[in-house]
Design a binder for this molecule. Structure first.
Ligand code: BT5
Length: 243
């Protein structure tokens, strides 16, 4: 059985989605698992959207058991792990975390994360990072980019190793020092911090200034009507690519 640190690990040539493959693995072993794949034939984003899965990029999913009340905090932890991983490759521009957990460089999306609940009380954190190829997408909300766009030539498994060790290190900080230590770290690197933003979800659209996160990982927005907390949605409307 392969392992990366304390994670049971499998790398596949092809899967429909690493989120599905890791569920099968977790249900077999009932222990923390990571799955990666060279190719995804049906990579998915949130709300039924598609994740463009070009060969050479990283598709990885982690399955682990946590208290369901902490999921929002783990969503933030996952974003920080992806952020640190991307930042470790001496980029000419600082990556930013777009709430809840995309990573942008110069306003272009390099990473997306999809959280799903497994059967039982485990969760799946699926992470896509554009390593070698920048996918072309029609009418995207955000333009796309990749590490290769910045002349960083590495491979998906090196990126995965860094991702696992960042996740483990951040989780250790979270467990010993609590969520507050991650909150500030997140805010220091948040896209649109202190700016006017707009958040949409299926029912509504809310405009205001991005203030920070609450203790559950929800976004705090200062609106003309007062402070609002947002648990899910898409962030729009930052006009400055370096925001
Ligand atoms: C996400 O959804 O950003 C979550 C993506 C999670 C992908 C990983 S790959 C490993 C694991 N297995 C899976 O099947 N999924 C996870 P969302 O916020 O809904 O953003 C989706 C939108 O991002 C799309 O509608 C496109 O506009 C854009 N997009 C699609 N593919 C992209 C890519 N490779 N790079 C940048 N943007 C992309």
């Amino acid at each position: 059985m392969l392992q990366i640190r304390q994670w049971i690990y499998r790398d596949f040539d092809e899967v429909s989605s690493t989120n599905d493959a890791v569920k099968t693995l977790f249900e077999t072993y009932q222990k923390r698992c990571v799955v990666s794949a060279k190719r995804q034939t049906n990579g998915r984003g949130r709300l039924g959207r598609k994740w463009e899965s070009e060969d050479g990029n990283l598709f990885a999913s982690f399955a682990y058991q946590i208290d369901p009340k902490n999921v929002g905090q783990y969503v933030i932890l996952s974003a920080l792990a992806a952020f640190e991983t991307i930042q470790s490759f001496a980029l000419p521009h600082k990556p930013k975390i777009k709430w809840p957990n995309d990573i942008l460089i110069q306003g272009k999306k390099i990473c997306g994360i999809l959280f799903e609940k497994g059967e039982g009380d485990y969760f799946v954190m699926g992470i896509g990072i554009n390593v070698a190829i920048t996918p072309k997408i029609e009418n995207p909300l955000y333009q796309t980019t990749s590490l290769a766009d910045f002349n960083i030539h590495t491979d998906r498994l090196s990126v995965l190793e860094k991702l696992v060790s960042s996740f483990d290190a951040l989780e250790a900080v979270y467990q010993t020092q609590g969520f507050n230590s991650l909150k500030q770290y997140w805010l220091d690197n948040a896209y649109g911090r202190g700016k006017n933003i707009c958040v949409r979800n299926y029912q509504s659209e809310l405009k205001g200034i991005l203030k920070g996160l609450d203790e559950t990982g929800a976004l705090i927005l200062q609106t003309p009507e007062g402070t609002r907390k947002i648990f899910a949605g898409d962030l729009y409307g930052v006009n400055d690519k370096n925001a």
